[in-house]
Design a protein around this ligand. Structure first.
Ligand code: ARG
Length: 571
């Protein structure tokens, strides 16, 4: 579709320059004005002429009439002036043949904008706080982050995925303190992460009644920082347990990381940055703490050192960014966290700029909204948490139940139940613009009838089964006179893929892909119901429709894997 847009832009620009010799209108400028009307009745590509009214000093309907007088062949069937719009109609027979040919030739790389070749991007995502539960709140950073990674890889970037584990800080003091008071080795060995989370929650409950517990926790953390052996041993043990737990969830999602360097990794890398801040005269004392004043940029001060000299979250992020710049020479470093951390990132990004690091403008924060489940807000401290693994488990069980209802004999294989159950949650989550607050309703996510993951995977499986019946070699799409309207609509939906990929990358917004998948599935299912494919009597038409089904299979499969879903050949 993009090449067609380019051709339409060239036609318009040539015509405009002929009719208005001084207008200086370029094809690039027209390209940006062209739109894809949501309703194909208004044409496939449209130019809203009011955008030209200023340059050409004419009323939009008049401009449309003047520009309309062009020869649209061979790419377009017709050009029409309707009100203030110039509407192009695509010649679908030739376009479909070209598109299917391109997709068959490029396969899995079709749609890549190839903008990342030779470039490196670091992605910091998931990054749970060790020993706290890995809960539904982490779904966003984990799946948005991984999907952005896959999109960047698709565009040719060399990607480094980093799990910046929250493996340092006072929460370890709390956990050590709680373990010593109420925990037992046996209990933690048996129930691993669950036992740790209980201890953590209990600490917060008891500390509300007895605030001296917080002092004890701080003291335990101080001991840890000073290298106390007993505390270090416990700390390592808690991390091992947590990592083992996270791996199970990452495996279900097909996620791997290139580095698990968490916050503790930067302990010895912070003094150099603090020293630099001091040398540059950026540090100010504020009630005993060292901060960078950001009032000029309307932000509260960025905290670098606490009164007792210990470091903070921003200090570790600054040291980590410097390390990554030196280690990976990134072209971009992306951080995916909840929108609640937006100020934190804005602050330390500014500090890095003030420190004079030339790569400060390559840091990107990608925020997202909150999640509730069945209308309930979640909070770790109050113990009202839904663990990600429990949510996935519930989804997988439900899928098995549904498939048993649908078909009593077929035992749904674990692998498929997992792909569909986990995929349903991911798809539901990524259906929305990332900044929206989401309420996850399991029933809705798992429905096979709605705009859901199971529906998309089912549609993919449908294309596989048609192709399996069609035989070994996929025929080419041959131009037939006039494709069926459902076929034209499918070609139109299919051809939007490169644009959606580009938009998803430009705006760090995987939901463009999810919505593309839904559009494509709707168009394919309409085509499937309205057009005979394998049973079509005209063998040329049948071949073309098989070729189109194969193109849908390639692109739909690619799109699904870009948002962390598995391609399910059978459901
Ligand atoms: N551990 C943090 C949290 O759970 C997220 C870390 C994000 N990455 C970073 N470099 N700050 O809130």
């Amino acid at each position: 579709m993009l090449t067609l847009k380019k051709q339409a832009a060239e036609l318009v620009a040539d015509k405009a320059r002929a009719a208005f010799p001084d207008c200086g209108l370029t094809a690039e400028a027209v390209f940006d004005m062209l739109e894809f009307p949501p309703d194909p009745a208004m044409g496939d590509i449209a130019l809203p002429c009011f955008k030209l009214a200023k340059t050409l000093r004419q009323a939009p309907p008049r401009i449309a009439t003047l520009l309309c007088d062009i020869n649209p062949a061979p790419a377009f069937d017709s050009v029409e002036a309707v009100g203030g719009y110039l509407n192009f109609r695509i010649n679908y027979a030739s376009f479909a043949a070209r598109l299917c040919g391109e997709i068959a030739a490029q396969g899995d790389t079709y749609g890549s904008p190839h903008c990342g070749e030779g470039k490196t991007v670091v992605l910091d995502y998931s990054s749970p706080n060790v020993a706290k539960p890995f809960h539904v709140g982490h779904l966003g950073t984990t799946v948005i982050g991984h999907s952005l990674r896959l999109l960047h890889e698709f565009a040719g970037y060399h990607c480094i995925g980093i799990n910046h584990l929250g493996d340092w800080g006072t929460q370890f003091g709390k956990l050590i303190c709680a373990y010593r008071k109420w925990g037992s080795r046996k209990e933690v060995e048996q129930r691993e992460i669950e036992a740790l989370v209980e201890l953590y929650v209990r600490f917060h409950q008891e500390a509300e009644a007895d605030p001296t517990l917080d002092d004890e926790a701080r003291a335990e953390f101080k001991k840890l920082e000073q290298g106390d052996e007993e505390n270090l041993k416990l700390w390592k043990w808690f991390i091992e347990i947590s990592l083992r737990e996270y791996q199970k969830t990452y495996k279900q999602l097909g996620i791997t990381f290139d580095s698990y360097n968490g916050e503790s990794f930067y302990t010895d890398k912070m003094p150099r940055q603090v020293e630099l801040l001091r040398q540059k005269g950026l540090l100010k004392l504020d009630d005993g703490a060292s901060v960078v004043d950001l009032s000029e940029w309307n932000m509260p001060p960025c905290l670098i050192l606490k009164r007792d000299g210990s470091t903070l979250y921003p200090t570790r992020d600054i040291a980590a960014a410097v390390y990554r710049a030196e280690q990976y020479h990134f072209d971009k470093c992306i951080y995916v966290t909840s929108a609640g951390q937006s100020l934190h990132f804005a602050q330390w990004f500014k500090v890095v700029e003030l420190m004079g690091y030339p790569w400060y403008d390559r840091l990107v924060h990608v925020p997202y909204g909150t999640v509730s489940i069945n209308g309930e807000k979640l909070s770790t401290r109050s113990g009202n948490v839904v663990l990600l693994k429990d949510l996935f488990r519930a989804a997988i069980d439900k899928v098995r139940e549904i498939s048993r209802e649908k078909n009593e004999d077929a035992e749904c294989r674990e692998e498929i139940a997992e792909a569909v159950g986990v995929g349903a949650i991911v798809f539901y989550y990524l259906s929305n613009n990332r900044m929206r607050d989401i309420n996850l309703v399991l029933e809705d996510a798992l429905s096979f009838d709605g705009n859901t993951g199971p529906y998309a995977q089912y549609t993919y499986a449908r294309t596989c089964s048609i192709l399996a019946k069609a035989g070994q070699t996929i025929p080419a799409y041959t131009e037939t006179d006039a494709p069926h309207p459902a076929e034209a609509a499918l070609v139109r939906a299919l051809s939007a893929f490169p644009e959606r990929v580009k938009a998803a990358l430009d705006e760090y917004e995987p939901s463009y892909i999810t919505r593309f998948i839904l559009d494509l599935c709707a168009a394919f299912n309409r085509f499937y119901h309205e057009c005979a494919i394998l049973t079509c009597e005209d063998s040329r038409v049948r071949d073309s429709r098989v070729a189109l089904t194969s193109a849908v299979n390639t692109v739909l499969g690619r799109a699904l894997t870009l948002i962390c879903l598995k391609k399910t050949e059978k459901i």
